[in-house]
Design a protein. Structure first.
Length: 294
């Protein structure tokens, strides 16, 4: 669809600005990306109809005389359009990164998608072009393909640490991470962007067990070595009364504990200590039910 936009230069300028700030990996594909963005990222719902006045250029009056409608993107519309363009540029950069990786399983598909950008036709009014949907979905497809291809590839050496009656075992492959996520019934069971950080060694995933029972799943980062996330099965903020054991385990493992990691006070105190009733009431406003390990 052709939209007679009287401030089309503003639309083109914001596209150029977003492309100028894009990841350098997109540089070889910028001409294709620019044509694609100009053709498909103009949301008709953001444009308002205008009528030319006496001070407006002659071409505007000629278009109206031909029976055509004129539209303008106001400042608030340009702000929203900039957000939309910026998000799409980020998606395109991710596609370009895949195309630039000779070992990526979807590298050739990524390059083919980028080459097709200038040739995709405009959709009907109110419709999203198939190529737009492809670009938006491609980064997640690429992540899943990479994880699936390398799911058995070792990402670290096996390690087991025992302390405080608990045994911590580090996941050594993405397959083990996915399996642990299924056992714990948490988000690690499904491939996501975070798994790439795990695969590259930026983050370690540990299973913490007491006898044969899963007590918690730990996410540990390095430099310094620190516990950044701690969840029990089903993502609950409890370690089933093993709070003191967890502290012993962290000391033995040489792991600092981030203040973001919180567990229930009842997981720290000995079982024979009964708390006042108000401490057990999670609905009471202002009750401090949590104890920070750090």
């Amino acid at each position: 669809m052709t939209l007679n936009l009287v401030n089309i230069s503003d639309f083109h300028a914001l596209i150029d600005e977003e492309l100028a700030e894009a990841d350098p990996v997109l540089a070889p594909w910028q001409p294709n990306a620019r044509r694609f963005l100009r053709r498909h990222l103009l949301d008709c719902s953001h444009a308002i109809r205008v009528h030319p006045s006496g001070s407006d250029p002659e071409w505007m009056h000629e278009r109206v005389a031909e029976g055509k409608l004129l539209h303008r993107l106001e400042k608030r519309h340009l702000r929203q359009t900039r957000l939309n363009v910026g998000q799409m540029v980020d998606h395109l950069a991710e596609v370009a990164a895949v195309a630039d990786d000779p070992d990526h399983p979807l590298g050739r598909q990524a390059a083919s998608l980028l080459r097709s950008l200038p040739h995709a036709g405009r959709p009907k009014v109110g419709r999203v072009a198939p190529v737009v949907a492809l670009v938006r979905a491609f980064p997640e497809r690429a992540r899943n393909a990479l994880l699936r291809t390398n799911r058995h590839k070792p990402i670290c050496i096996p390690e087991t640490i025992k302390a405080g009656g608990l045994t911590g075992t580090r996941c050594t492959t993405i397959r083990e991470v996915l399996s642990l996520g299924s056992e714990a019934r948490n988000c690690l069971a499904s491939p996501m962007k975070r798994h790439l950080g795990i695969q590259t060694g930026e983050e370690e995933i540990w299973a913490l067990r007491s006898a044969n029972d899963l007590v918690a799943v730990l996410a540990i980062k390095n430099d310094p070595r620190r516990l950044v996330e701690l969840k029990g099965p089903d993502n609950v903020a409890s370690v089933s009364g093993h709070g003191a054991d967890l502290a012993d385990w962290c000391r033995a493992a040489g792991v600092l504990v981030s203040r973001r990691c919180e567990i229930r006070l009842t997981d720290i105190l000995p079982a024979q200590i009964a708390l006042p009733e108000e401490f057990e009431d999670e609905e009471s406003p202002g009750m401090d039910n949590w104890f920070d390990l750090d």
